[in-house]
Design a protein around this ligand. Sequence first.
Ligand SMILES: [Zn+2]
Length: 267
Amino acid sequence: MTRYAGKAWDACFLPRLSRLEVQRLPKEETLVVLPVGATEQHGPHLPSFTDTLIGEALLTEAFERLPEDAGVWLLPPIPFGKSTEHAEHPGTITFSAETLMKVLLDVGRSLSRAGFPRLLLFNTHGGNADLLNMMAREIRIDCGLTVFRMDAGGLKMGEGVIEEEERRIGLHGGDLETSLVLGIKSSWVHMELAPHEVPNFPGGYLDLKNKAYGWVMSDLSASGITGDASIATEGKGELLLTQGGQMIAEALLEMAAFDMKSIRSRD
Ligand SMILES: [Zn+2]
């Protein structure tokens, strides 16, 4: 039985250290990664834990690619996010926006008290994105930490693996997420129930990427997914994990070495 194996968990999992070890850690060049996931319905075929599971797996892949002295430390994932757009469906366990804001601020304050200078809010649920952007700034102001943001959904993962149209409309539980979960934990996927549902998204200014309207999942889809889950494969999932792990590892190294003071051109 192996759970949480690899460098991420064996070497770089911050809470595996004792109080003394954390105290003695040289912190100046460190980055602490807080994965923020969700527990929410992902259609009839995927586990509700999909987003948190994907976050853990991508980071496990990314940490394998970091040098020994990278100074990047991993926190346990927050397994619940702001999933109010899925609240009416069983399987969804959501924080309210206020709760998630307070949880993030408390984590930031705790890290700041311990002397850590940099925090990454690593997100794998689209519904968290706006709140996390706002909280990155709030934590910066409240604690003085340098706070980074990364959305797995914004990494442009899937080029050459997932078809372009599916990448545009497969927002939730489609080919990408289903392939990833197949690549991570195939026994948790019911492929015989995998839906194919494509909403009639409007174009022009109302294009989804403009965030021109607020929506809940039942506005978009009857099955609880958007996209084509039926074409997902374990092989695609493995490619996505490799691709995503590489992209994330490169970004983590940039963040760990970044000094906010370097931005201003004058004092
Ligand atoms: Zn998801």
